[in-house]
Design a protein around this ligand. Structure first.
Ligand SMILES: Nc1ncnc2c1ncn2[C@@H]1O[C@H](COP(=O)(O)OP(=O)(O)OP(=O)(O)O)[C@@H](O)[C@H]1O
Ligand SMILES: [Mg+2]
Length: 249
């Protein structure tokens, strides 16, 4: 098992302000698996991803990566957010280099790794550009290159394509699938978009404080939105959201 979530509970605040955001979550994510987490706004998706990343350490229950408790961020888990979070005063290459800064590697080796990652993400011609000079889609590619520069086995993404136009989003979705396939990554992606989840993932987890449903998506890639089986899965998952809106008696 790559990632293991056992009896996870998460609360924010204390006293009268105390709020349970994640409740008794159990989820096992296998090596090389592609999992999407969907759910309505505020259901705890980002909280769960931050815990897996080790960006937030306060929780009850167990979070394991390869059987070892997650106690902080780790170069074995790359993270990508909705906003690229690039440093404007560093070039594209400088930003991608950052995770390697503390590693005991020769500078030439670090440089080679950065260039290889940038080439893989189609950014070979933009190595020396500054973030403000590149498009939003390119900036998000840089963020992915940075997350993967140390060749982590796990990639965690929180709404990585939500701010992009439809065409750029489609390209980056395919790019992500290619990376997953070629590099044997374990991918966990948080998304609002059920269609994106069904397009990409092997399993879709519907979160609503607890795990509400886990849906396998046994469709071969490339998946087509027009495929009836795709539509059926999409509608089944969407129904979980509609239940939330149903008036309670
Ligand atoms: N640092 C924090 N302190 C207190 N409450 C928080 C904190 N971070 C998140 N919350 C609350 O916890 C709940 C879950 O937030 P979270 O960001 O995980 O939801 P989400 O599913 O990612 O939502 P969205 O789809 O809007 O991104 C929300 O009600 C949010 O207001
Ligand atoms: Mg969120």
């Amino acid at each position: 098992m790559s990632l293991s979530i056992q009896h996870l509970n998460k609360t924010y605040g204390s006293g009268a302000q105390r709020r349970q955001v994640l409740k008794d979550i159990d989820l096992e994510i296998g090596d090389g698996e592609f999992v999407a987490i969907v759910g309505r706004s505020g259901c705890g998706k980002s909280t769960l991803l931050r815990l897996l990343a080790g960006l937030d350490r306060e929780h009850e229950g167990r979070l394991l990566h390869d059987g070892v408790p997650i106690t902080g961020t780790d170069l074995r888990r790359g993270v990508v957010f909705q906003d690229h979070r690039l440093f404007p005063w560093l070039t594209v290459a400088g930003n991608v280099m950052l995770p390697l800064a503390e590693l005991p590697l020769p500078a030439a080796e670090k440089h080679a790794r950065v260039l290889e990652r940038l080439a893989r993400l189609g950014l070979a011609d933009h190595v020396d550009a500054y973030p403000k000079a590149i498009s939003g889609g390119m900036a998000q590619r840089v963020a992915i290159a940075r997350a993967l520069v140390n060749r982590p086995p796990v990639l965690l993404l929180d709404e990585p394509f939500s701010a992009l136009d439809a065409i750029t989003r489609g390209r980056l979705q395919q790019e992500l699938l290619g990376l997953w396939r070629d590099e044997g990554l374990t991918v966990v992606i948080v998304t609002h978009d059920i269609e994106e989840a069904v397009l990409l993932a092997q399993r879709v987890v519907v979160l609503d404080r607890s795990v509400r449903r886990i849906q396998s998506v046994d469709l071969a890639h490339p998946r087509r939105r027009g495929d009836p089986a795709f539509g059926a899965l999409h509608d089944r998952l969407l129904a979980e959201f509609h239940d939330d809106l149903a008036p309670t008696a």
